[in-house]
Write a protein that binds this ligand. Structure first.
Ligand code: ADP
Ligand code: MG
Length: 389
């Protein structure tokens, strides 16, 4: 067995050797990601601003003969083997192996001859917390298979392929943000992504130089009705866009917001629209401040985003609001829920020397209310997917 407390890259290499009896040909890494600001803007053709985490998924891999793929993860006891029939169409491999088989399927569908391979996976990215362990897994596997096969696929085309693996083979409807962030982010930068045309720009976000960190707080809140509520929010936005005669809410500029709201007769829909339109503007304002090197000054925008999600989009839960309030009271410069809502993570912008105090304050507030203890980790913007050796 591998040592689960050891370095993740070493765990992947050791797992490979133990499982397959020889050394891997190489190791590939892909990070988790967190969205700094821009929530529920993606399906409204708007803007998001994720950055990559120092938490990573590592794939150690080597070729094997024939069209066979064997994959082991430290999170499951058994290795899974699948062949060409299993990747002929979606649905044949299920469970976590589907994320791997999905990448093989998507590559083949795009006309790439995928080499048979053995893979061993280790990860520091928590699963199902909204930090995109799924995209990290797909992207690390994709990078490994491309290199093992000597296949050329430009970085800007890789997110779509990994997304297709997840949307079609796994059957999870997600936007393009996760894979774009995981594959294309750079250290010390956030990724400004326009979800309409999928263009990206690397925005300086050098927290370390500013003496700052982002504290990622896993709320541990159980996801309550998240799928149904997500679908309902999407429907509201589509209905509103139709009523306003625009192809997506991104097309409502913030200075036209009052006029647009006056044309909607339902109060709930008005609040939903106000969130999306103001959130797009907050992303643009955040980008402008970061471009000007004013990292500290983005705090109020983060907090305003949270208030908008809480009051207008109504997607927060008590654990999340508690974490944000406690972080701000303990001196965070800004704090907000990140991700789709109804659970997941909170991020807080903190002075590095306040990180422990803010984490302790959130933990104390949770204990007072009887919530399951949160986990907290300070992070700096890390690189996207890459080959290690
Ligand atoms: P998130 O992406 O927010 O972590 P998802 O539900 O989208 O949550 O993806 C989590 C799923 O991805 C897990 O349930 C598992 O099937 C798969 N997965 C992610 N990382 C790993 C890993 N290291 N080993 C095995 N499966 C993984
Ligand atoms: Mg995911």
């Amino acid at each position: 067995m591998t040592d689960p407390t050891g370095d993740v890259a070493e765990r992947a290499a050791a797992g490979f050797t133990t499982r397959y009896g020889h050394q891997a040909a190489g190791r590939w890494a892909a990070p988790g990601r967190v969205n700094l600001i821009g929530e529920h803007t993606d399906y409204n053709d708007g803007f998001v601003l994720p950055f990559a985490l120092p938490l990573r998924t590592i794939v150690a891999a080597g070729r094997q003969d024939g069209e066979r793929w064997t994959v082991w993860s430290e999170l499951s006891d058994e290795a899974i083997t699948f062949g060409a029939d299993d990747v002929a169409e979606p649905g044949r491999v299920t469970g976590w192996g589907a994320y791997v088989a999905g990448v093989v399927w998507a590559l083949r569908e795009a006309g790439h001859p995928v080499p048979g391979a053995r893979l061993a996976i280790a990860s520091d990215v928590p699963l199902g917390s909204g930090l995109s362990s799924s995209a990290a897994l797909e992207s690390a596997v994709l990078a490994a298979l491309l290199d093992l096969g000597g296949l050329e696929l430009p970085a800007e085309r890789q997110p779509r392929l990994a997304q297709r693996a997840e949307n079609v083979y796994v059957g999870a409807p997600t936007g393009i943000m996760d894979q774009s962030a995981v594959i294309r982010c750079r250290a010390g930068h956030a990724l400004f992504l326009d979800c309409r045309d999928e263009s990206v720009e690397h925005i300086p976000f050098d927290l370390g130089a500013a003496g700052l960190a982002v504290l990622v707080i896993d709320s541990r809140a159980p996801h309550r009705h998240a799928d149904g509520e997500y679908a309902a929010r999407r429907r509201s936005c589509e209905t509103a866009a139709k009523a306003l005669g625009v192809s997506a809410l991104r097309d409502v500029a913030v200075d036209q917001l009052d006029a647009a709201l006056a044309r909607l007769d339902d109060e709930e829909t008005r609040r939903r629209v106000r969130h999306v339109v103001t959130e797009d503007q907050r992303v643009l304002d955040t980008v402008a401040l970061l471009r000007a090197g004013r990292v500290r000054d983005i705090g109020p925008l983060l907090t305003a985003s949270h208030v908008s999600m809480r009051d207008d989009f109504e997607i927060t839960v008590p654990e999340i609001d508690t974490a944000v309030e406690a972080a701000l009271a303990a001196g965070a410069l800004g704090a907000r829920m990140t991700g789709g809502g109804f659970g997941g993570c909170v991020l807080a912008l903190v002075d590095t020397d306040r990180a422990d105090a803010v984490a302790a304050a959130v933990t104390a507030a949770y204990a007072e209310r009887g919530f399951t203890a949160p986990s907290t980790v300070p992070v700096l913007p890390a690189p996207g997917a890459t080959r290690l050796d």
